[in-house]
Design a protein around this ligand. Structure first.
Ligand SMILES: Cc1cc2nc3c(=O)[nH]c(=O)nc-3n(C[C@H](O)[C@H](O)[C@H](O)COP(=O)(O)OP(=O)(O)OC[C@H]3O[C@@H](n4cnc5c(N)ncnc54)[C@H](O)[C@@H]3O)c2cc1C
Length: 326
């Protein structure tokens, strides 16, 4: 049995801690907390879970295994943390060999997945929030969906504790404890030394700041994520509004159906802006929570600024009804 310290209790750290514990090791899990940490990448309300990765068979293979595990976790936790409501990647133009959507469609079809090609007006009628004039083709992967990411981390933290993982929430890794070119443990913020046989560092976007030698090859970046409250929530329920990517390789836009709190999340996938996770510029400000449908008079200056920013930035017309609802 090894004594292992896992630094960071996002999805990677907490999953690693549970797995190491299952393999018979003594595990200490360290995170400044609170958990799930509000600034961790794992904490937001939703994350897409899909096997559509273009022609990338390795990724598709990993995703297939993960989807099986998500179903297993739903059964084990007795809660629907993963929602298998479908994921679609759609385009304005007909998809052709070499396009992400086309290659995803072909790869998934070849591997026996349930997929539909989104190239008929009849199919689009199922999704009334979408502008039917604009989107003509794409792939709908039926056995995919999204995980309630923050809830998942919370559930796994509880599971780790119940299995006997020693959780030190409130403890902040400062540096490795190194002697004679050997790592013997870690030093936390109050200079306490914690010895270990092995150390797993799973600190996500904090990595280049906590392990400066990784700056040569890691860069932390921030990407815009918007939480919208549409005035016509019915249009965005998962039966009529699956997880989507809209011309994702050129616009970067993707999003999720309405969640239990009435929020539709739309985000942009791209290279983002270099940003430390603790930078005040990256904080979740009220401006990022756009309350759609409120009268102009009630919008604060911040919110209005954010709306203008979103509309300019996003060529928002892919969601016809959201646009007319603002
Ligand atoms: C905007 C966005 C959207 C994404 N969308 C998707 C998606 O749809 N589907 C998908 O599969 N993936 C998605 N990802 C990727 C996915 O969220 C990440 O790969 C994953 O959450 C990373 O988890 P992690 O545990 O490595 O890091 P994190 O979740 O960031 O966790 C790092 C942990 O380290 C802790 N920590 C920080 N400093 C210290 C310290 N000094 N000592 C100890 N602990 C510390 C933090 O408190 C935190 O709990 C997205 C990522 C982002 C940013």
């Amino acid at each position: 049995m090894l004594r292992v310290i896992v630094v960071g209790a996002g999805i990677n750290g907490v999953a690693a801690a549970i797995e190491l514990n299952k393999r018979g090791h003594r595990v200490i899990l360290i995170d400044p907390g609170p958990l799930p940490h509000p600034l961790a990448a794992s904490t937001d309300i939703s994350k897409a879970v899909r096997a559509a990765y273009g022609a990338d068979e390795d990724y598709t293979d990993l995703a297939e295994r993960s989807i099986e595990l998500w179903r297993k976790w739903n059964a084990e936790f007795g809660a629907e943390l993963y929602h298998e409501i479908g994921v679609m990647f759609v385009r304005r133009r007909e998809m052709k060999p070499g396009d992400f959507e086309y290659e995803s469609f072909r790869t998934l079809e070849r591997r026996g997945h349930k997929v539909q090609r989104m190239n008929s007006a009849k199919l689009w009628k199922r999704f009334p929030a979408w502008n039917p004039e604009l989107f003509r083709d794409g792939v709908l992967e039926l056995e995919a969906g999204y995980a309630e990411s923050g809830r998942v981390v919370a559930a796994l933290v509880e599971r780790a504790k119940s299995r006997g993982v020693e959780l030190r929430s409130g403890s902040r890794f400062a540096r490795l404890d190194e002697h004679d070119q050997r790592v013997e443990g870690i030093i936390v913020h109050d200079e306490e030394r914690i010895a270990a046989d092995r150390i797993v560092i799973a600190v996500g976007a904090w990595t280049p700041y906590l392990l400066p030698f990784t700056k040569k090859f890691f860069r932390a970046s921030g990407q815009p994520v918007f939480h919208l409250k549409p005035p016509q929530p019915d249009l965005f329920v998962s039966e009529r509004f699956p997880v989507f990517g809209a011309d994702i390789t050129t616009t970067g836009y993707y999003g999720f159906p309405i969640n239990r709190d009435g929020v539709v999340k739309i985000a942009n996938h791209g290279i983002g802006r270099e940003l430390s996770p603790e930078s005040p510029r990256g904080r979740r400000e009220p401006a990022q929570v756009l309350i759609m449908g409120v009268s102009r008079a009630r919008r604060s200056a911040n919110r209005l600024h954010a709306v203008v920013h979103v509309l300019r930035y996003s060529r928002w017309e892919f969601l016809d009804r959201i646009r007319s609802g603002t």
